[in-house]
Design a protein around this ligand. Sequence first.
Ligand code: HAS
Ligand code: CU
Length: 581
Amino acid sequence: MTTILPTAAQPLPAEQVYAAHPEKKVTLYFLVTGLIMLLVGLAIGPLQALNYAGIDVYRYIPILKSYYQGLSLHGVLNALVFTTYFISGLLLYLPCRELKVRPNLVVAWTGYWTMTIGVLMAAYAVLSNSSTLLYTFYPPLQGSPLFYIGAALLVVGSLIIGVQVIVIWTLWKRQHPGQVTPIVTFMSVATWMMWAIASLGLVVEVVFLLIPWSLGWTKGIDPLLARTLFWYTGHAIVYFWVLPAYISWYALLPRTAGGKIASETLARLSFVLFLLLSTPVGIHHQFADPGIPVLLKIIQMLLTFLVVIPSLLTAFSVGASLELAAQARGGGGWLGWIRHLPWKNPVFTAQVLAMVSFIPGGAGGVANASYALNTAVHNTAWIPGHFHITVGTATTLTFFGISFWLLPHITRKPLASIKMALWSSWLWFWGMIIFAVGMHWEGLIGIPRRTYLATSTGLGDMIARAQIPMALTGISGMVLMVASILYFTVIFRTLLGRRRVPESEEVPIPFSESLAHSEARSRPEVTGVSPAGMKIAGAVLVMDRLWIFFALALALVIVMYLPLLINLVLNTHLVPGVRLW
Ligand code: HAS
Ligand code: CU
């Protein structure tokens, strides 16, 4: 197996490292800026957890005017800003390296700076307490125009990168007629196409409703119209967060584990399904909203169940890849193989722990999506419980695992401490699991989300009944704080280290081979094909025509949303803005 964590290293000037691949530098900027945003966002996390344990720390933090300002910063920086930077860097770099082409660096840097200017504007607005809107910025809560313009620039920056990747792929296809897109590029392009369709709702909401309203150009705003546009993007954005993790699980992790991709066809199929089904389901966040026909709610509930299928495909397919890897390492039995996986490698461990926590995360999602069950959990602490074991692990913990090889790969600086990286991953996993147990449980008791619980008085005997889950939530905040400190210590010690390994020892990108391909190579007499002329399954060829699926996805979204949006626009009820905190 390739060793991916070198230990010996020499000093080397940075220019030499980026000379062959200047796209490394812009990628590094995306990743590190994202991680710094995460660091600030995470610092507020323990305060949130302690609040849900009934302990008020906010009053000792004079720079934060309220619990709600802290929560706004925490949600915006972690869920929106960190993810967008990390994904833009990752899904620019991987396809370019796989296709062996260089991106247009001017365009890539334009994407980076558009995002960064936007984030600085929005950060100023939130820090100055003029935009304490939480990360959903629902009107009629009103914030500063700087916040909304900043949010728009963040999205536009990511779209600049997305369009560039799609253009690179289109040109590659033209230059390589008859060839099938390599798997990581295929998945990245599908993700960017999905995001291009999905981000439209947010862009329209911000540009046509929120910015003019916050500038005083319009008298009021229609909250239902704004929420509908928001959730059109708001559901699909969760797949924008998780699909890059899936790319890693499907196409990079097998090699890290010493195995192969179990089924390339299935992997591609799941991405086609995500492209088609991620967007026309946003109304499952609006089951409680009046003014949306019940029939549409039911249809989108059913579509939500359909979009669970590609995740289930992923679970089985990635699980099979891991089993193959364990068998290649001598493992066997029903469950005995699990011990043979490379648990001492933090790149592996962080990502598999992310998957394990995503099993209850996904199951909770199915409960949320069920119209009847949703009424029991909507707007309760259950919901943050759900999203900390989805975006907080499946995405974030996977990105930790990726950063353990990607930062050493880009900088050629060895990972500072494998042990600390492992500890941070395990503590993050357990912290999130305990948090999720606490918050789901509090939610079932009826404790609302987004509540300054430590000072609330109107919740009757709920708090008395929630003492155990509240204690769990508080404890998890402390565990996660230690995990974050360990993680960032490893990352900054790595980045600030001076020694770099020579090119020959660079950590490779773990692009994995698929099982079918390696069998064709090793047993041509059985498969009847040589590796060079490997028979390509018809389904793979059909799926490679991603533009067709893009058009279908667009059509589906139009059918699911246009009549509703027309109705909402024709029946607007404008209300004035309010500032609560
Ligand atoms: Fe969700 C609310 C439904 C997935 C994030 N979700 C949220 C919110 C966030 C969020 C942030 O239907 C809150 C928004 C707000 O502030 O109001 N969600 C779902 C469903 C899924 C789902 C059906 N959510 C996600 C993902 C997220 C995310 C992914 C972020 C990345 N969610 C909802 C609904 C609401 C909601 C309602 C609104 C609730 C309300 O009332 O407000 C599905 O996509 C989940 C499918 C996933 C699975 C799991 C597959 C498991 C895998 C791992 C396999 C493990 C292996 C390991 C192989 C079926 C792939 C083997 C282990 C070894 C050791 C070898
Ligand atoms: Cu959703």
